[in-house]
Design a protein around this ligand. Structure first.
Ligand SMILES: *[C@@H]1O[C@H](CO)[C@@H](O)[C@H](O)[C@H]1NC(C)=O
Ligand SMILES: *[C@@H]1O[C@H](CO)[C@@H](O)[C@H](O)[C@H]1NC(C)=O
Ligand SMILES: *[C@@H]1O[C@H](CO)[C@@H](O)[C@H](O)[C@H]1NC(C)=O
Ligand SMILES: *[C@@H]1O[C@H](CO)[C@@H](O)[C@H](O)[C@H]1NC(C)=O
Length: 464
């Protein structure tokens, strides 16, 4: 900046000295400077007027755009700050993951609904609104989808700052987890409808051992940027002599030097000559007491019906009430680690309703697997109702009242995550209505007390 100012100054000095040389007569010189003064004034006038008009029209356009987006729900009560972007508030709770950037690797792909420190990494203002929202609310959640081609491998890796909970939507995978305790290795197969759990900093891998693509729906317990290290990257970043001394191969450091880093990121790996490289693959299963620390058969677990649909839960339960032996291992494992998630599948029947409710102790994030519907969320001062469809991610901050209803001929199926490793605490609209004294409601709503008998007593809760 300083440089530029200096250059401009220098130029003007130069031109004025040039001007002195050219007109020989005093007279001519005088009228020329007067003309110059006039021209400069005129130019200044024009520039100021243009800037003024431009600024005014910008403010106007911004305002009308904002009004259009927030539409009916906003009575103009919230006037936008000048620097506020005109993004629909619903995107604080909704992310169209299907439209997000696909990160491609040789063996598959990854998509994210997450917070980004560098705002330039967001693909759109709507995506940024969601990322900022889950961060601002301290959600302790990030969502991603992981697709692995047949025989593809999600490279062994670990996350510095998050537990990982996943639901296998499709395919068959062989999982390995290396725990901190005596570096015990646990391996197992997981099939569609089952759940995986990788505590923070455990090394884990995922290999597709089926013939169709594996599709994982993954939740990570951070609202910051996920920090991950792949084993191949760690290897190639370790000095050769250090790697040789740590791994002690035959041939020492010369053998270590025969390893070549691939040009392409091997996060999801699938070498074209895999059949030459691997001859003796076996996929063993560790004993139940190990496997169920990191695994849960959500699809095979107990069903909890409610009038509009069915819940199934992968969660911690105090004293393991109602759980069988293997389920208890999972429940205790969740409770043992910090910041774990409760996972659930929610099936809402065609035109069914998950009635308005809120949670005392957990943020909620969900992904629409099939069907279509409508969701609504109420914060203090903010209300949003919006449509949801396959591939959408939704977010309900703790304490916000929300509902989900199905709008299609088929069931609406979601995978949900709640950021509590404890029992989820919930209050439903009909329960708090019923719980509030008739005369309090009469006074509140300016309505005769007897009218409130029209609300039925809520049915006794099923074993949720
Ligand atoms: C594969 O297994 C066969 C039979 O057990 C064995 O002879 C061979 O050495 C193994 N190959 C490798 C690469 O481990
Ligand atoms: C895991 O799945 C693979 C592929 O279907 C199969 O070959 C293997 O036997 C399975 N392992 C166990 C322990 O079930
Ligand atoms: C416990 O229930 C799960 C379903 O959640 C089932 O897959 C498992 O086989 C059961 N374990 C025992 C020991 O019955
Ligand atoms: C759960 O455990 C606590 C403490 O160990 C005990 O006081 C309580 O009675 C148990 N509840 C059930 C339902 O077993």
């Amino acid at each position: 900046m300083d440089n530029q100012a200096f250059e401009m100054h220098g130029e003007s000095v130069q031109s004025s000295s040039k001007g002195e040389e050219w007109p020989k007569k005093e007279e001519r010189k005088g009228s020329w400077s007067l003309m110059k003064v006039f021209l400069v004034c005129l130019l200044a006038c024009i520039i100021t007027t243009t800037i003024g008009v431009l600024a005014l029209s910008l403010v106007y356009v911004k305002n009308t755009a904002f009004m259009k987006e927030t539409g009916v729900t906003d009575d103009g009560a919230a006037s936008p700050k000048p620097d506020e972007k005109s993004v629909d508030i619903k995107y604080q709770f909704l992310n169209h993951l299907g439209k997000s950037k696909v990160h491609n690797y040789p063996g598959g792909e990854i998509q994210w609904a997450r917070f980004r420190k560098n705002v330039n990494e967001y693909q759109s203002d709507e995506e940024m609104e969601f990322g900022k929202s889950i961060n601002k609310h301290g959600s302790k959640m990030t969502f991603g989808t992981l697709r692995i081609k047949s025989k593809g491998l999600r490279a062994p890796h670990w996350h510095f700052n998050a537990n990982e909970h996943g639901y296998l939507l499709q395919g068959t995978a062989w999982i390995g987890v290396i725990g901190a305790d005596d570096s015990v290795v646990t391996t197992y197969n997981v099939t569609a409808g089952q759940v995986i759990f990788f505590p923070r900093n455990t090394v884990h891998w995922v290999k597709n051992v089926g013939s169709e693509d594996c599709v994982f729906l993954l939740f990570f317990t951070t609202h910051e940027e996920l920090q991950t290290l792949d084993v191949d990257d760690a290897f190639f970043s370790t000095p050769e002599d250090i790697a040789a001394r740590a791994l002690k191969p035959q041939g020492g450091v010369n053998f270590i030097r025969t390893f070549k880093k691939q040009v392409e990121d091997q996060a999801i790996n699938l070498p074209p000559n895999l059949n030459e490289l691997v001859q003796n693959a076996t996929y063993v299963q560790s004993p139940d007491k190990l496997v169920w620390q990191y695994f849960y058969n959500l699809k095979g677990s107990a069903k909890y019906p409610f009038p509009g649909g069915i819940f199934q839960w992968a969660r911690y339960r105090i004293n393991g009430t109602g759980l069988n032996e293997t389920e208890k291992i999972f429940s205790e494992s969740l409770n043992k680690h910090e910041n774990t998630l409760t996972l659930a599948t929610l099936r809402i029947f065609s035109n069914g309703l998950g009635q308005p409710h809120f949670h005392f102790n957990a943020n909620e994030m969900g992904y629409v697997i099939s069907g279509c519907g409508q969701a609504g969320v109420i914060l203090s001062g903010v209300t949003a109702n919006f449509n949801i469809g396959i591939g959408d991610v939704i977010f309900f901050p703790v304490g916000t009242q929300h509902y989900i209803k199905s709008l299609c001929d088929e069931d609406l199926l979601l995978i949900l995550a709640y950021n509590t490793g404890n029992q989820l605490e919930t209050l439903r609209m009909n329960d708090y209505f019923h719980g509030t004294a008739d005369h309090i409601l009469a006074q509140l709503f300016w309505k005769e007390q007897a009218e409130f008998k029209k609300f039925p007593t809520p049915a006794k809760k099923s074993g949720k």
